[in-house]
Write a protein that binds this ligand. Structure first.
Ligand code: GCO
Length: 261
């Protein structure tokens, strides 16, 4: 039964895998036996990340390229594929800008869409070409609560993550016949660098999220590893176009009054 979840011999590309949720999922895949192909854009962060993976006896190599740069991505993917197949792709790299609509520059809106939605398209198309020819592959797009819900100031991010949900379903539709399973993971609110500004103790949003999450806590990045392994493994070979929300129950409830425990 455990072989269903065994990733030994598989090679997994994780974009934005030098920190945060990407690193947490990558560690899970590495500890399930996968060789990690870590994408990032900072040489310093890459150096530190690879040491962290190697210290855990996880096989990992770094690949610096900008997921929004079609030519650089194509070149990087073809170089990687020349040394062995990419069996698993996790489109995790993303940015967020928290600005009210009327104050947001169009250029900033476009940048969020470019990184969070166009980037996954560019990388998936470059990797998908090889997966289609092999008739095998796993693609996981990292969506968000904002794939389903809106929130003040994150309009660009919500538009991108809503689009990423539908990109996931459409890629699944087109590529399932090639034995490529395309699915998504929707993290709830997790304790990462990205959420640090809204998570500090005493910040009203911190109290709001702990109250809005039935599990009563922020997610720990390690909480994502199991779902990432599942969607990367043979255990999910007949799952296509699904978004699995790892959110402590946020999407299950309308919430509760402040004075109810
Ligand atoms: C925010 C947060 C969220 C989380 C995550 C939720 O400002 O609301 O950053 O966007 O990061 O995406 O799923």
């Amino acid at each position: 039964m455990m072989k269903l979840f065994d990733l030994t011999g598989r090679r997994a590309l994780i974009t934005g895998g030098t920190h945060g949720l990407g690193m947490a999922m990558a560690k899970g895949l590495g500890q399930a036996g996968a060789t990690l192909l870590i994408n990032g854009h900072s040489p310093e962060k890459m150096k530190g990340a690879l040491k962290e993976y190697h210290d855990l006896n996880i096989k990992a190599e770094g690949h610096l390229f900008d997921v929004t740069d079609e030519k650089a991505t194509q070149k990087a993917i073809d170089t990687i594929e020349a040394n062995g197949p990419i069996d698993i792709l996790i489109n995790n790299a993303g940015i967020i800008k928290r600005t009210p609509i009327l104050e947001m520059e169009v250029a900033d809106f476009r940048q969020v869409i470019d990184v969070d939605l166009v980037g996954p398209f560019i990388v998936s198309r470059a990797v998908g070409k090889h997966m289609v020819s092999r008739k095998a592959g796993k693609i996981i797009n990292i969506c968000s609560m904002m794939s389903e819900l809106g929130r003040n100031t994150v309009t660009a991010y919500a538009a991108a993550k809503g689009g990423l949900k539908m990109l996931t379903k459409n890629m699944a539709t087109e590529w399932a016949k090639y034995n490529i399973q395309v699915n998504g993971i929707g993290p709830g609110y997790f304790a990462t660098e990205q959420t640090a500004p809204i998570r500090v103790n005493g910040h009203p949003f911190n109290d709001f999220i702990v109250g809005r999450t039935p599990a009563g806590r922020w997610g720990d990045p390690a909480d994502l590893a199991g779902t990432a392994i599942f969607l990367s493994s043979a255990a999910s070979d007949f799952i296509n176009g699904q978004i699995i929300y790892v959110d402590g129950g946020i999407l299950a409830t309308i919430g509760k009054p402040a004075n109810e425990h």
